[in-house]
Design a protein around this ligand. Structure first.
Ligand code: ADP
Ligand code: ASP
Ligand code: MG
Length: 456
C-alpha cells in the first residue's frame, strides 16, 4: 500500500481531479490510499463565511454558501457516472444544508467557538473526498470512500487537535487494508474527530499530517505528498524564485524546514512517518514525471553544508527587560509561564544578563501576554519581522558556516540570532523589508555549486 495525498490546487477543478485520477491509475498495483485536501481555496472561503456570520452578516454568508455550492456541483457533475448523479447531488445538497444551518446558528449568537470553526472548516475535505471518490469511479477505477472522522481520533483542542495514535492506528488497520486490496480508498485530510465523534481539525495545512498518520497506521511502503511544486526546494519560491530541487533530505532536516515556514509540508507530517521509517516523497501533480524529493532516515552525505533556507513572516518579537534579572534565578520560568498560560508557542529565544527576547508567530493573545509580563518587567513589542532559517545536516559541527552566513548577509540588519540548540539549523531574525535580500544573499553564497547526488 502507498498513501497519495493531493493538496488543494491538485484537486481545485474537474481538470485537476482528472490529472489526479491518471496519476493514481498508473500506481494501482501498489494499492493506493488517496488523501485529499479541500478543493482549491475552499477552507479559506469557509472560514471567511463563518466570520461574516459571526459579524451578523448572515445574508452575505449565505450568498457565499451558494457560491461554494455552485462551484462544487459544477465541478462534480462533470465527473460522475449517470447512475450516481442524483445520489451525489443529494449528498452535496445535504452538506450545504448543514452549512446553512451552521451559518444561521453562528449569526444568531454572533460568535463562533473553536468547535464550530471545525464543524464549518471540515466541510471542505468532507466534500472533496466524496467528489473525488465519485470521480475515480467515473474515470474507471473502483473506489471506496472512508470518512476520516471515523478513524482519525484526536483530543478536543479544536482547530489544532492532536491525534491519539493508540486509538487511531487500530482503527486504520481494521478499516483500510481490506478495502485497499480491491479498491482505491479515498479519504479527506485535515479532518478527524474526538472520542465522542465531534469533528476536529489538525491545523491549517493538516492534510499532509493526515497522510502521514494513515501511512504509519497501515504500514504503507511510501507516503507521497502531491502538490504544486516539483518537491522541496532550496528556498521558498514565494520569497525567491529559482531555487533548486532537493532530491533527498533527512526526516530531521525536512521537519526543521517545515517548522520554520516551508509550507510545502505541515510541520507534524514527518513524525509518524519517521517513527515507522516510511519514506515521504514530495511530488508535483502537474509534472508527475519529475522524481521530486525523497525524505528518508539516512540520505546520502551531501557536499553542500546547507540543504535549504526556510522563512517565516509576520513574526512578533517580545523584548523583556528587567534589572531584577541580574544575578536572579527563576526569571525565565516566570516569563515562559505567561506564554504557557496563553497557549502561545515561542519560536526563537535569546537572552542577556538582564533581558530576554523571544518571537511568536501567533499574536492572538499578545495583549494579554503583554499585560501580564508588564507586571514583572519592562516589555517592548516589535511586529513585522521575519525569521530566516538555514538548514543542513551538521551546521553546528561544520567550521566556517557562521562566517559564510554573515558574509552573505552583508548590509542586512540582523535583529536576533539562534544557533546551537539543534545541530541542523542556524536561524536569525530580520525586518520583513530585508527578508528577500537576506534569502537571496544566502542562496547565492551556498548554492553556486550543487552536489549532483542531492540536488537536481
Ligand atoms: P498543497 O495545497 O498541495 O498542500 P501548499 O500550498 O500547502 O500546497 O504547499 C506548497 C507550497 O509551499 C508551494 O507552492 C510553495 O510556494 C511553498 N513552499 C514554501 N517553501 C518551500 C520550499 N522550500 N520548497 C517547496 N515549496 C515551498
Ligand atoms: N484544507 C486545509 C487547509 O487549507 C488542509 C490542507 O489543505 O492541508 O488548511
Ligand atoms: Mg499544504
Amino acid at each position: 500500500m502507498i498513501v497519495m495525498k493531493f493538496g488543494g490546487t491538485s484537486v481545485e477543478s474537474a481538470e485537476a481531479i482528472e490529472r489526479v485520477a491518471s496519476i493514481v491509475r498508473a500506481r494501482l498495483q501498489r494499492q493506493p490510499v488517496v488523501v485529499v485536501s479541500a478543493m482549491g481555496k475552499t477552507t479559506n472561503r469557509l472560514l471567511a463565511l463563518a466570520r461574516l456570520a459571526a459579524e451578523g452578516k448572515q445574508a452575505d454568508a449565505l450568498a457565499q454558501v451558494s457560491e461554494l455550492r455552485e462551484f462544487h456541483w459544477n465541478e462534480a457533475r462533470r465527473m460522475v457516472i449517470p447512475e450516481e448523479k442524483d445520489n451525489l447531488h443529494a449528498s452535496l445538497d445535504a452538506h450545504f444544508e448543514e452549512l446553512s444551518h451552521m451559518v444561521a446558528e453562528i449569526a444568531q449568537v454572533e460568535a463562533i467557538s473553536p468547535k464550530m470553526v471545525d464543524a464549518v472548516s471540515s466541510l471542505g475535505e468532507r466534500l472533496s473526498s466524496i467528489i473525488v471518490t465519485h470521480a475515480f469511479r467515473y474515470f474507471g477505477m473502483p473506489a471506496a470512500h472512508v470518512d476520516s472522522r471515523t478513524v482519525v481520533i484526536t483530543d478536543t483542542r479544536h482547530t489544532q487537535a492532536a491525534p491519539f495514535f493508540d486509538l487511531t492506528y487500530p482503527r486504520l488497520q481494521a478499516a483500510i487494508p481490506p478495502l485497499a486490496k480491491s479498491q482505491v480508498v479515498v479519504m479527506g485530510g485535515f479532518i478527524a474527530s474526538t472520542r465522542d465523534g465531534v469533528a476536529t481539525t489538525l491545523g491549517r495545512g493538516g492534510s499532509d499530517f493526515t497522510a502521514s498518520i494513515i501511512g504509519a497506521g497501515i504500514g504503507a511502503e511510501e507516503i507521497q505528498i502531491w502538490t504544486d511544486v516539483d518537491g522541496m526546494l532550496t528556498c521558498d519560491p514565494r520569497i525567491l524564485p529559482g531555487g533548486h530541487l532537493i532530491r533527498t533530505i533527512s526526516f530531521d532536516e525536512a521537519a526543521e524546514l517545515a517548522y520554520f515556514g516551508a509550507k510545502v509540508l505541515h510541520p507534524a507530517t514527518v513524525l509518524p512517518a519517521m517513527d515507522k521509517n516510511i519514506p515521504v516523497l514530495v511530488l508535483n501533480s502537474r509534472r508527475p514525471e519529475v522524481s521530486g524529493t525523497r525524505i528518508v532516515n539516512q540520505p546520502p552525505p551531501c557536499k553542500n553544508p546547507i540543504k535549504s533556507i526556510a522563512c517565516k513572516t509576520d513574526i512578533t518579537v517580545v523584548r523583556i527587560h528587567s534589572l531584577r534579572m541580574l544575578m536572579a534565578y527563576g526569571f525565565l520560568r516566570r516569563i515562559f509561564e505567561v506564554f504557557d498560560r496563553f497557549q502561545t508557542p515561542v519560536d526563537m529565544v535569546t537572552t542577556s544578563e538582564v533581558s530576554v527576547s523571544l518571537t511568536i508567530d501567533n499574536p492572538q493573545k499578545l495583549n494579554e501576554i503583554r499585560l501580564e509580563l508588564e507586571g514583572i518587567a519592562g516589555v517592548e513589542v516589535e511586529q513585522g519581522r521575519a525569521i530566516v532559517c538555514v538548514v543542513g545536516d551538521d551546521i553546528r559541527g561544520t567550521p566556517g558556516i557562521g562566517a559564510r552566513i554573515f558574509r552573505a548577509l552583508e548590509g542586512v540588519n540582523v535583529l536576533m540570532v539562534s544557533q546551537g540548540s539543534s545541530k541542523l539549523n542556524f536561524s536569525f531574525l530580520v525586518d520583513a523589508a530585508d527578508l528577500k535580500r537576506a534569502v537571496a544573499g544566502l542562496h547565492n553564497e551556498f548554492f553556486q555549486e550543487l552536489d549532483p547526488e542531492v540536488f537536481a
